[in-house]
Design a protein around this ligand. Structure first.
Ligand code: GRF
Length: 195
């Protein structure tokens, strides 16, 4: 099987990254996790990736100051060096410029903890509770220059329960995310989902 070479971009704990690494261990999975890149040297996910024997790189945005393009060129260099074909953003907390997004268009995925187009941006669980919705969830979508927009690959829902707090709701959504992202990446890697 010709597995797609995937890079996962993280900034933090990397639980979605871990779920993708786990899924890619299956013999019939159509993607291999060839690289994990963090923009933060202290991201907890880096140690986890290394423990799984996955190649890691740090491209520290702070080292590039205000120069977003220089940061993205460095990032792109790491990706090209590993012949990456698909990128999964997984808790990657930098906005990417149209230059980068266009370069990777159709090959760049993100997971967002809401049922897009509802609750774009941050604090999605808090805002879902404040809005009083009864159903919440997560979305994997192709990235376009506009934040948290772009063609949807897959979504899954969770109920909002009476008495939920931001953290109980976040935990319920996260469980769903860990199943959703591997499923969505499979669809993209098999050519069953296009932007
Ligand atoms: C997840 O909720 C994801 O949807 C959002 O950021 C969080 C990252 O968590 N984009 P983790 O680093 O994968 O644990």
């Amino acid at each position: 099987m010709d597995r797609k070479r995937v890079a996962i971009l993280i900034s933090g704990r990397g639980s979605n990254m871990t779920a993708l690494i786990g899924a890619a261990k299956a013999d019939d999975y159509p993607a291999t996790i060839a690289l994990v890149v963090s923009n933060r040297p202290d991201a907890a996910g880096l140690a986890r990736a290394r423990a799984e024997g996955i190649r890691t790189a740090v491209v520290d945005h702070a080292a590039f100051g205000e120069d977003r393009h220089a940061f993205e060129r460095a990032l792109d260099g790491e990706l090209e060096a590993q012949h990456i074909e698909i990128i999964c953003l997984a808790g990657f907390m930098r906005l990417l410029t149209p230059w980068f997004v266009d370069r990777w268009r159709g090959r760049l995925l993100n997971i967002h903890p809401s049922l897009l187009p509802q609750f774009k941006g941050l604090h999605t669980h808090r805002r879902a509770l404040a809005a009083g919705v009864r159903e919440h969830g997560a979305t994997v979508h192709f990235v376009v220059p506009e934040m948290d927009a772009g063609p949807i690959v897959a979504q899954d829902t969770v109920p909002v329960r009476d008495g939920d707090t931001e953290s109980t709701l976040a935990a319920r959504v996260l469980e769903v995310e860990h199943r959703l992202y591997p499923r969505a990446l499979r669809a993209v890697a098999e050519g069953r989902a296009h932007s």
